[in-house]
Write a protein that binds this ligand. Sequence first.
Ligand SMILES: Nc1ncnc2c1ncn2[C@@H]1O[C@H](COP(=O)(O)OP(=O)(O)OP(=O)(O)O)[C@@H](O)[C@H]1O
Ligand SMILES: O=P(O)(O)OC[C@H]1O[C@H](OP(=O)(O)OP(=O)(O)O)[C@H](O)[C@@H]1O
Ligand SMILES: [Mg+2]
Length: 283
Amino acid sequence: MLRIAVQSKGRLYEDTMNLLKEADIKVSESKRTLLVQSTNFPLEVLFLRDDDIPQSVASGVADIGVVGENEFEERQEDAHIIRPLGFSKCRLSLAIPKTIDYTGISWFNGKKIATSYPGILRRFMNKNNIQADIHVITGSVEISPGIGLADAIFDIVSSGSTLIHNNLKEVEVVMKSEAVLIGNWKMDDEKRKILNELLFRFEAVQIARDKKYVMMNAPKDKVADIIKVLPGIKSPTIIPLSDPEWCAIHTVLDEARFWEIIGKLKELGAQGILVSPIEKMIL
Ligand SMILES: Nc1ncnc2c1ncn2[C@@H]1O[C@H](COP(=O)(O)OP(=O)(O)OP(=O)(O)O)[C@@H](O)[C@H]1O
Ligand SMILES: O=P(O)(O)OC[C@H]1O[C@H](OP(=O)(O)OP(=O)(O)O)[C@H](O)[C@@H]1O
Ligand SMILES: [Mg+2]
């Protein structure tokens, strides 16, 4: 049995539980139970506050865990990042009141900075030879300059709207972060085997996530041109139709380039284009 630490509530909870679900690992989501066994996979889920996840993995209370890279970096616990998971993307930034003229990093000399990430901030300031007064608060960091508690803040930024609402501007990005799967350094062979199966499933889900399965009909004399604009897995599938002049083409497209490619396909004479999500993909 492998034990995974998952945030009990908050930003990471839903995406982590969805990932397990998409990997066909069933875990009942009763909020009051802190340790739940999957009914169809040798995995046990331990629900914790995200602050405690790095330590629980480092100490071996859990074998693996899902946590923001920022939190993992802050805690400096002796565990390792197994792989990034692609959700909860954000950055840790320094921000100051928007009316202030920012003169560069030396502006922070002698300033008071409010943050929930004192470790990362201290290391960043030391690296840049800045003497700043770090004031630790656990939440609502962005309010601090407005109420005279600090001159600046160091906190999570995603869309930037919290900063705007609090009349702040982002002046330095210190680190980028996303949810990561972390692991204990020591795991016996049986646990390693379960972890590998879990990673295999995660990968199948993650690869499929930003891909679409696309089907279309095309005149046969245009197939060569159409294939040139299709970056398929290996090569697209071509299926004959009852009309000898036409055929069907099936392929997989990246969501990022989807609209651009669909536009080209239409120009080349493709018709009846159907698009479906892909649940899992094994390369
Ligand atoms: N606005 C955001 N956009 C994207 N990711 C975010 C955002 N805010 C936080 N995160 C990421 O999600 C993680 C968890 O955020 P959350 O706000 O749930 O933490 P928390 O309040 O410390 O939770 P807990 O109660 O478990 O201690 C953060 O460490 C960060 O990696
Ligand atoms: O750049 P934005 O998109 O505005 O996101 C940044 C905000 O998101 C997080 O807070 P959250 O919304 O999770 O609230 P909480 O930490 O105060 O509970 C984080 O602490 C920032 O305040
Ligand atoms: Mg926390």
